[in-house]
Design a protein around this ligand. Sequence first.
Ligand SMILES: Cc1ncc(COP(=O)(O)O)c(C=O)c1O
Length: 271
Amino acid sequence: MLRWVDGRPGETLSSLDRGLAYGDGLFETIAVCHARPRLLEYHLQRLADGCRRLSIPLDAKLLRAELLAFTGELGEGVAKLIVTRGDAGRGYAPPAEAEPRRLLLGSPWPSYPDANATQGIELFPCATRLAEQPLLAGLKHLNRLEQVIARGEWQDPRFAEGLMRDLSGRVVEGVFSNLFLVRQGRLITADLGRCGVAGVMRRWLLEQAAARQIAVEIRDIDYAELFRADELFLCNSLYGIWPVCRLDRHDWPVGALTRKLQGILRTLLDF
Ligand SMILES: Cc1ncc(COP(=O)(O)O)c(C=O)c1O
């Protein structure tokens, strides 16, 4: 598969890379269709915001040019972009003159069952909780051990995704997705100010809802509130929207607003 390191085809990485030593970096997982990265500006904006918050001096123009050249060559599939603070010696102190490293990894399109999007999925209630850290909340940073532990909680293929809560039991997101509830025609999604990844698909859907006068609430969500919702769905930038049809012995139909948003995705983003 196609792999680039710092703009050139390559496989190998310095053993001094701070991404490896400390998870000192960020990543984006980008759908590539017809040689074009989908939701490019949203991915680049989240990455730039992360670099600003972590003081990683990334050359945004260079990165965009590399990503476009890479996705042009990849054609179809998934481009994983990893940015690290680059190499440094021992010690946590960020080097004054960091040279950020860029990795681009191509992979084929994931083979999700069609039924995930049409009939919905069963959600596994993960016991692993997300820690709260406002300094990192929303970012797609390289420290993903909570997700690694959570994804190890189930092997049963009946569950396509897992639900993650924070230490107080509030609903935050999926293991690799964001979550929306629908109640009386209103869209509700978790406030990600303490933990969670602010997904680009979540952002896109929130903007689409606002443009169509669909009421939106971004706030804390109790676990019990899920079971009073009319509809539940998950989203991410690779699969679009998956309705949730079962969690903790509770069933939901695939609702009208979920279907409507799937239709908008199909029309505007060709999902
Ligand atoms: C923990 C987590 N939350 C949310 C998302 C959804 O993000 P996006 O819409 O940018 O794909 C992901 C994507 O992989 C994720 O890993």
